[in-house]
Design a protein around this ligand. Sequence first.
Ligand SMILES: Nc1ncnc2c1ncn2[C@@H]1O[C@H](COP(=O)(O)OP(=O)(O)OP(=O)(O)O)[C@@H](O)[C@H]1O
Length: 249
Amino acid sequence: MADLAVDIQNLNFSYTEDAGVHFAGLNLQIPKGERFGIFGPNGAGKTTLMSLMTGLISAESGSIKLLGQPIGIKKDKAVNKLFGFVPQDFSFYQELSPAENLEFFGAWAGLTKKQTDQRTTELLEVLGLQDVRNQPVEKFSGGMKRRVNLAIGVIHNPAILILDEPTVGVDVQTRHAIIDYLHKINDAGTTLVYTSHQLSEAEDLCNEVALIDDGQIIAQGGLDSLMEKYSQPTLEGLFLNLTGKQYRD
Ligand SMILES: Nc1ncnc2c1ncn2[C@@H]1O[C@H](COP(=O)(O)OP(=O)(O)OP(=O)(O)O)[C@@H](O)[C@H]1O
């Protein structure tokens, strides 16, 4: 369906037969324009699901489509231009400056030099990195590095942005700036697929959520309607109610 940003049908995946997360016949549909949160305890399979969605790893069977196009591992596939990915681990060259990193990743995403320069100026301005645009990233604070990581994920103005814990380890100012920026690009049409352990932050960002545990979706729906359904005033309460209180690591 053209109105789905993400369409996962009957997905089967496991790392090995007896270790790691198993997805058995997983289905997940995310409509275009959503701010969609994927939540679950440590080891639930959130990062694995994002790696499958972005073609970093391949499913054993089933299908994953982004805006109607099957995801694949080939670098030149048109579907790869439809999404941006902001991974949990920093994905840039530490010894390069933000401008140099964006130049590299802009070219990698297929932008012309002029397009990359324009996007670099816009993004460094909006993410508060203009003053350090030519300094090596390795000297930056954690918050600045997170903002560089985000700028790289959106350099090509993707229709879908997939973010794996984009605010881990940042201060309140950077958290606020990142969430604010994500709202802005969502207002302009970008679908967001996001995961975080910061559930209060997720409440500020997401309008629809899926809770996953042990490779299975155990609840999915609008944030407000799920909280009402399970009589929980917060996402944290909902999370504990559905996944229990025992440690998972
Ligand atoms: N490359 C791998 N090989 C084998 N097992 C793996 C691999 N990567 C992850 N796993 C295992 O698969 C399970 C799911 O991991 P994943 O990182 O997807 O969980 P997560 O929900 O993102 O967890 P967290 O909240 O801790 O980031 C875990 O048990 C993890 O140890």
